[in-house]
Design a protein around this ligand. Sequence first.
Ligand SMILES: Cc1cc2nc3c(=O)[nH]c(=O)nc-3n(C[C@H](O)[C@H](O)[C@H](O)COP(=O)(O)OP(=O)(O)OC[C@H]3O[C@@H](n4cnc5c(N)ncnc54)[C@H](O)[C@@H]3O)c2cc1C
Length: 410
Amino acid sequence: MDPFDLAVIGGGAAGFMTAITAAENGVKRIIILEGSSKIMEKVRISGGGRCNVTNATWIPNELAENYPRGGIRLLESFNRFAAGDVFDWFEKRGLKLKIEDDLRVFPVSNSSSDVINCLTKAAIKRNVEISTRFFAKEILITGDNLFNILSRQKEKIIARNIMLSTGGNPSGYKLAENLGHSIVKPVPSLFTFSTKEPKLNECSGVSIQNIDIAIKLNNKTFQNRGDLLITHWGFSGPAVLKLSSIAARELFEQKYKFDLIIKWSNLEYKELKEKMNYIKVNKGKLNLINIRPLPFLTKRLWIFLLNKLDINQNRKWSDLLADERERIIDCLLKDKYVISGKGPFGEEFVTSGGVKINEVNFKTMESLICPGLFFSGEVLDVDGITGGFNFQHCWTSGWLAGKAIAKLKE
Ligand SMILES: Cc1cc2nc3c(=O)[nH]c(=O)nc-3n(C[C@H](O)[C@H](O)[C@H](O)COP(=O)(O)OP(=O)(O)OC[C@H]3O[C@@H](n4cnc5c(N)ncnc54)[C@H](O)[C@@H]3O)c2cc1C
């Protein structure tokens, strides 16, 4: 049997984009080898079943800023195929997309199945073969520079070029290592925070916009501003997910035990003190529970904070002592929570770590160590924050690789 021109190992977003781009640019014999029984399973579950395809951040260097790891190298890639190109790519292949207020891009139908159908149709149209339940276990290079890919069941596929797009699956790292690559230790990114803080769960569902949160670890401060959600196990929301991504490696080292500092107040010390003094003088007859120094703090959260400070919510504002006022201000400016671990479910879990990016040519996505071996997607040591950036990286790296493989044939 003639060798395939390209064997794509891993039938996820990155693998499909590689195969389709190569096929549309003239590569003839392509096969996608998917280890499980279903292709693009992560696309299906992504974005709560809606698939956040990309983010409408059109300018390449702004787009690259959303990747705590890999961003600098991605700038080069995004200059060739960025979010606007992805938008056009899907629309040209019949998938209508929409941009939401926060710039996330979804299918108009709000259904991830439509993304899967679009990619599957594009692959089939160009005669890309798709083989499921082919779990690549070993890759051998023959004397004539062909790759022999052996499955767990000892099936064999021979190819001139291979794409490793196995996502965060450990088998992919092993295959890459066996072909000479180094792996940056994979650790989770994009997770929520658990705390055993008593009674915080009474605020479950409370969401506050534009909050500053920070983590201090070994003289290093990680901080972020965004929307915070209190859950029944701790903290979630975009601010937390982004902070987990920024500090992913360090939090792993700490075994996810650290202090989270929350600045509930949008005012600084002086303004906050003036505001509280104003309430004390002008609305002193009201109970603490009935008037909040920051109106956007919900009543439930305000009561929780007063309880945490051990200040009776039924006291009158006029009775508030200077020392109590200072404690409230301190809490509103730097409230501390002991985080005991990651949350029970990842809202948008990705792996930080993977194939070392300085061993890959980012113009072509080809290995600098093993010619004919290409990488795309999460298998690389690149990861983004939430908002469609992780798929964007899959589309970009897959497209670049597909183009480069097609060029080899010219
Ligand atoms: C719940 C959830 C929601 C998410 N939502 C979003 C979102 O809305 N937007 C966004 O940008 N990102 C989202 N992400 C992240 C995004 O899903 C990933 O970044 C993306 O799927 C990575 O694509 P990939 O093709 O590199 O890897 P994967 O999607 O993981 O695909 C790899 C494929 O390779 C197969 N495979 C692995 N090893 C082998 C082997 N040895 N042989 C053969 N096949 C193998 C796997 O079965 C898999 O099908 C979400 C992640 C999760 C978990």
